[in-house]
Design a protein around this ligand. Structure first.
Ligand code: SER
Length: 318
């Protein structure tokens, strides 16, 4: 991993993964490529940045050749709730974007990281201790693109020897860039509202349990998997990983330990509730632990404490 391209670099994961990669592998060696969102200033100023539409195969090829890229973290994607609103666009970005990346990786011998998701599972999947290998019949367009992406990545590995690797991320909680149109976004929004207004009106019901992870663990997982010994990977696309599993009610109670006056109400969004109800409550991530040493650092109490401190500073409420 010497010359790295991050697509979707201005998104929730990309904004932090790009900086972590620049710190570790050298700023000049990590090219950040964003599209719809303007980059945060530190992302643009700390190393190479360009605008890229991953649907444009020629532009992807040119970028990989210009910078002699050997590893691509392909994060550009539409999230679950937005994908339900714009299914054709979601298919185009999530699938054709991935195909363009895999093709250029095949020709130029690049390794590829592809983030799959809890969304790759569906209502027929066991919701508790969801096995690594199990039924994957998602009911969302987003989930369909994630399962198809996993299969396509495996195909490129088996047929063309492209070093593809991926994880199934749970809901990701972070304090740098906001998520854009996901079903698990409540677990980020709640912190901003708690610090600003002391109240949050939640779009999922109080008992909706989902797997979650704090961003430092999500970033660590991507880098750890891409630097893992290839020989030890029996699964590749994609590994279940999780760090915690909670409901909006439990998250609110943890926030109240720090902000006793905080209150939560529920106004359920039927579209996102149906999506959440089709996803696992808690995934079994033992394959990731055994094959490449996955182990998260943040549980619910540590994540809540850190989020509240960081958001208070960000909103100047400390
Ligand atoms: N966080 C994503 C979403 O809610 C799931 O991968 O869409």
């Amino acid at each position: 991993m010497e010359k790295i391209l991050v697509t979707g670099a201005t998104g929730q994961i990309g904004s932090e993964l790009t900086m972590a990669l620049r710190n570790r592998f050298g700023a000049a060696n990590v090219v950040a490529a964003g599209h719809s969102r303007p980059p945060l200033s530190h992302l643009r100023q700390s190393g190479p940045y360009c605008r890229l539409d991953v649907r444009d195969a020629e532009a992807v090829r040119q970028l990989v050749e210009d910078y002699q890229i050997d590893t691509i973290f392909h994060l550009a994607s539409l999230l679950s709730a937005v994908a339900e609103e714009k299914p054709r666009q979601a298919w185009d970005i999530n699938m054709n974007g991935l195909l363009n990346v895999l093709e250029v990786a095949r020709v130029h011998d690049c390794a590829v990281f592809f983030p799959s998701s809890i969304g790759a599972f569906g209502p027929g999947t066991p919701a508790m201790d969801t096995p690594q290998d199990t039924i994957q019949r998602p009911s969302t367009l987003y989930g369909i693109t994630k399962v198809s992406g996993e299969l396509l990545c495996d195909y490129y590995y088996h047929h063309f020897g492209v070093d593809t690797r991926g994880v199934r991320y749970p809901g990701l909680i972070s304090n740098i860039a906001l998520p854009g149109g996901g079903t698990t976004d409540y677990a980020v929004d709640i912190f901003y509202e708690a610090v600003k207004n002391g109240h949050y009106d939640c779009f999922l019901d109080a008992d909706t349990q989902l797997d979650m992870m704090y961003m430092p663990d999500a970033i660590g997982a991507a880098i750890q998997l891409m630097t893992a010994d290839s020989q030890k990977l029996r699964h590749r696309n994609a590994f279940n990983i999780t760090a915690m599993s909670f409901t909006p009610g439990q998250l609110a109670r943890e926030i109240q330990k720090h902000l006793p006056g905080f209150t939560i109400s529920y106004r359920v969004d039927p579209v996102r509730q149906v999506i959440a109800d089709s996803w696992p409550r808690h995934m079994d991530d033992s394959a990731a632990r055994a094959e490449w040493g996955w182990r998260p650092c943040f549980g619910l109490p540590e994540m809540v404490k850190d989020m509240l401190e960081k958001i208070a500073v960000k909103l100047d409420k400390s």
